[in-house]
Each structure stands twice: as structure tokens, then as C-alpha cells.
Write a protein that binds this ligand. Structure first.
Ligand code: 8X3
Length: 223
């Protein structure tokens, strides 16, 4: 039975991957900032598989390190790491952008991914086995006005994925970098700080992807 560690498991793509992996019988380490949602998810999925939860914010290095080192020994044989946690904050030009939004994106999407990856990759290296899936974005390929910092953070995920592949192939560790297009999750609600009308407008006029579509792609890759 494979063990999967999923960040940002409480909503959107992360939650869809958790549900898909539970169906597949993978043991799950579900991580997020919202304890009640982690609890609820565990209740919902625990008939299908074994689950433990870790509550931490990927942006907080100490919390990340403590959470991962608190894992029971028999849960440290992580086969799959899903680096999913990440968000967009704001949609503003470089001259008008909010520096707190920039910090949140760089700290979460880039530094947070690194903080989580470091200890888990080191566990994988000891076992000469593992698979890391990084959730980047089409925004890494196509820079757009007012989203430059978000795009830069996702470009960084691409570069980190490429670097992981170069460094880790010899240790039997596989790297997958997924670049979803627009997915109808609460992504835009977070980006627009709860402005429902603006968020809805992002997904009108075309058929947006669903979180389950990305879970499908991730499942294909790791299986
Ligand atoms: C989200 C995709 O196109 O809204 O990563 O930036 S997009």
C-alpha cells in the first residue's frame, strides 16, 4: 500500500486528489491549515483508507519541520509527495501591487514547497524510491498582465521541478510537474479576497477544468 503526503488537502485540487487516492486505497497524510476541515475529510474518507492529518502552514518553516518530524516512524515511508498548497493573491500591476500579496505567493507557492520537499525528499533518498508531484500552472508558461508575481511563483515551481529531476533521478525518485489551466475551485475567491461576482466571472463563457480532472492526471502519473 502506497503512502501519499498531500499539502493543501482541505480544498480544491488537493481535496480531489485526497478523495481519488482514498478510492485507490493509498494511505494518506493530509495537510492543511484548517483543522476542522481536516477532521471532516478524515471522517469522510476513513472508511476507505488509513489517514493521519498534519495541521501546518507551508509558509511557516518551523511548523513544517515540526509537523513532518512528528510523523510516527511507520508513516515516514512516504511514496508520493503532492506539493499542491499554493494560492494567487490579488490581480494588480507591478506598480500597483500589494507587497503583502507578493510575500504570500512567494512564501507559499515557492518557499513553502521547498520547506516541505526538503525533509520528505531526504526520507525518499534513504529508500531510493519516491515520486514528487508539483502542482505548477499554465501561468508558468504564459505570463499575463497583473498576474506577474503569481506567474513568477509558478515559473519557479517549474524550475524547481526540473532541478529535482536532475538531482533525484539517480536516487530512483520520479518528478512530475503538472500545469493546470483554469480550474473552477475557490482559487479566484482567494485571489479576489471573497469577491463572489468577480470570481464567478473568471469561469464564465467556457468550460473550466474541475479539480477532479487534475486529480485524474495526477492519478495517471503516479500509477
Ligand atoms: C491558475 C491558472 O490561468 O488562472 O493557476 O493563472 S490561471
Amino acid at each position: 500500500m502506497k503512502t501519499a503526503f498531500i499539502t493543501g488537502a482541505t480544498s480544491g485540487i488537493g481535496k480531489a486528489i485526497a478523495e481519488r487516492f482514498a478510492e485507490e486505497g493509498k494511505r494518506l497524510i493530509l495537510c492543511g491549515r484548517r483543522e476542522e476541515i481536516l477532521k471532516k475529510l478524515t471522517e469522510d474518507l476513513s472508511t476507505k483508507t488509513e489517514i493521519i492529518t498534519l495541521k501546518f502552514d507551508v509558509r511557516n518553516r518551523e511548523e513544517v519541520e515540526n509537523a513532518i518530524s512528528s510523523l510516527p516512524e511507520n508513516w515516514k515511508n512516504i511514496d508520493i509527495l503532492i506539493n499542491n498548497a499554493g494560492n494567487a493573491h490579488g490581480l494588480d500591476s507591478i506598480s500597483e501591487g500589494n507587497c503583502d500579496d507578493w510575500d504570500a505567493m512567494m512564501d507559499g507557492n515557492v518557499k513553502g514547497l521547498l520547506y516541505v520537499s526538503k525533509p520528505i525528499i531526504s526520507l525518499m533518498k534513504n529508500r531510493n524510491s519516491g515520486h514528487v508531484v508539483n502542482i505548477s500552472s499554465v501561468a508558468a508558461r504564459q505570463t499575463y498582465a497583473n498576474g506577474v508575481v503569481y506567474c513568477a511563483s509558478k515559473k519557479a515551481v517549474d524550475v524547481i521541478s526540473e532541478g529535482m529531476r536532475i538531482e533525484l533521478t539517480e536516487f530512483g525518485i520520479k518528478i512530475t510537474n503538472i500545469q493546470p489551466g483554469a480550474v473552477a475551485t475557490d482559487f479566484s475567491m482567494v485571489r479576489f479576497k471573497g469577491d463572489e461576482e468577480r470570481s464567478k466571472a473568471v469561469y464564465t463563457g467556457y468550460e473550466a477544468l474541475l479539480a477532479e480532472d487534475i486529480a485524474d492526471a495526477v492519478s495517471y502519473c503516479v500509477n
